[in-house]
Design a protein around this ligand. Structure first.
Ligand SMILES: NC(=O)c1ccc[n+]([C@@H]2O[C@H](COP(=O)([O-])OP(=O)(O)OC[C@H]3O[C@@H](n4cnc5c(N)ncnc54)[C@H](O)[C@@H]3O)[C@@H](O)[C@H]2O)c1
Ligand SMILES: [Zn+2]
Length: 355
């Protein structure tokens, strides 16, 4: 297939292996995703993109690959379940999978997290490639080698291991419903505020219609550079949690989507940054988030005490208190301990605990 590559990266980590990441148009075929010489290929996918997976499998079958099996997992986070994982292990066994065989993941973040976990653990590791079909998956979940399934809590079981390839075909992302574009835009604009003004400018100018040809490669670039510096999340990788400390608590308390919660969390963190570090663009950030169509305040009347309890339950709290990612200026994140009064200031900014 004659696609065009816009940008590519090699992301390697001493322990996690190496990923070749490619963004382009018309690049979702077997040539990119099914390297030759595998006797068995299992294409794992989710219902909304099963047709994309089947097309890919047909192409691989007529090419050099041996037996190509398509398996459709349950949609969304229902896939990230040990029962589903066990079922796929058994199927791979029935397919006669060996360590030389290949798993291909076609789907959003929930699917790539699950398929990546299966590939990392089955026979102690088989090769896996990802075709990432959501904006959130493309700019976040597929990049960086974190895999995970939900066991009691979200993503509590997982492995750090890069997929050997990640392919992002913007022709597929062009057709995403606006709800999914919004989900990914929250993480993309977050990448912009912590490290890449180009992304911020694109969303500022065009809201949710910001060109994917700009925001996707730039946001992937931010994640690649951050993970390169800190694969196992000991230090710098924490900046990717900008907007997530308060955001995650609001997500749990209000039952809203992750993207909406991160948007709200960034507004709160922006206000705290303004107060502590003189961040001058909190109001601009808020306008850009609103311009995308993402919320800038929490829904309904959330109980501030409950939100604060959830913030403190978050694993990002350590012995020194609550550590948050704040912004000194656009593209200059810092990790800083914040006291209760500042958390409350952030919460008031998003309409939680107004008195
Ligand atoms: N590994 C990481 O570092 C990391 C980072 C962030 C998020 N995540 C995980 O990613 C998941 C969220 O990502 P997501 O929103 O992509 O999840 P998802 O896979 O659940 O996709 C969201 C929805 O979009 C549908 N979909 C997928 N591709 C589509 C397409 N092209 N057109 C229309 N619909 C499509 C899916 O079927 C699903 O219903 C969570 O499980 C989260 O924990 C992982
Ligand atoms: Zn996130």
């Amino acid at each position: 297939m004659a696609g065009s590559i816009l940008k590519s990266w090699v992301l390697s980590s001493a322990e996690g292996g190496e990923s070749l990441i490619r963004v382009g148009r018309g690049i979702s075929g077997a040539e990119e995703l099914v390297p030759p010489h595998h006797r068995n290929v299992a294409v794992l996918t989710q219902p909304s993109v099963a047709s994309v997976a089947k097309e890919l499998a047909d192409e691989a079958t007529t090419g050099t690959a041996g037996n190509v099996h398509v398996v459709v997992l349950p949609d969304g986070d229902a896939a990230k379940d040990m029962g589903v994982v066990a079922d796929i292990y058994e199927r791979l066994n029935r397919f006669g999978f060996t360590r030389d065989d290949l798993v291909v993941a076609v789907g959003g973040g929930a699917l790539t997290d699950t398929a990546g976990f299966i590939a990392a653990t089955y026979l102690r590791g088989v090769t896996v490639t990802y075709l990432s079909t959501t904006l959130l998956g493309a700019v976040d979940a597929a990049i960086g080698g974190k895999t995970g399934v939900n066991v009691g809590g979200k993503n509590l079981a997982g492995v750090f291991r890069h997929p050997s390839r990640v392919v992002v075909d913007l022709d597929i992302l062009d057709n995403l419903p606006r709800r999914l574009l919004c989900e990914g835009a929250a993480e993309a604009v977050k990448a912009g505020f912590i490290a890449e003004p180009t992304i911020v400018a694109a969303y500022e100018a065009q809201g949710l219609d910001a060109p994917l040809d700009v925001v996707v490669p730039e946001a992937i670039g931010v994640k690649v550079r951050t993970v390169e510096a800190d694969f196992r999340e000991g230090g710098l990788r924490a900046i990717l949690n900008y907007g997530h400390t308060i955001g995650h608590a609001v997500e749990l308390a209000a039952g809203i989507s992750h993207g909406e919660a991160v948007a709200i969390g960034m507004v709160a963190a922006g206000r705290i940054s303004e107060s502590v570090l003189g961040f001058a663009e909190a109001a601009r950030q808020r306008d850009i988030i609103a311009g995308i169509g993402l919320p800038v305040s929490a829904p309904g009347d959330l109980d501030a005490a409950e939100v604060i309890r959830l913030i403190h339950r978050d694993k990002k709290r350590d012995a020194g208190g609550l550590r948050m990612v704040l912004l000194e200026s656009l593209g200059r994140p810092v990790l800083q301990y914040v006291g209760e009064d500042l958390v409350q200031l952030g919460l008031r900014e998003i309409g939680v605990g107004k008195s």
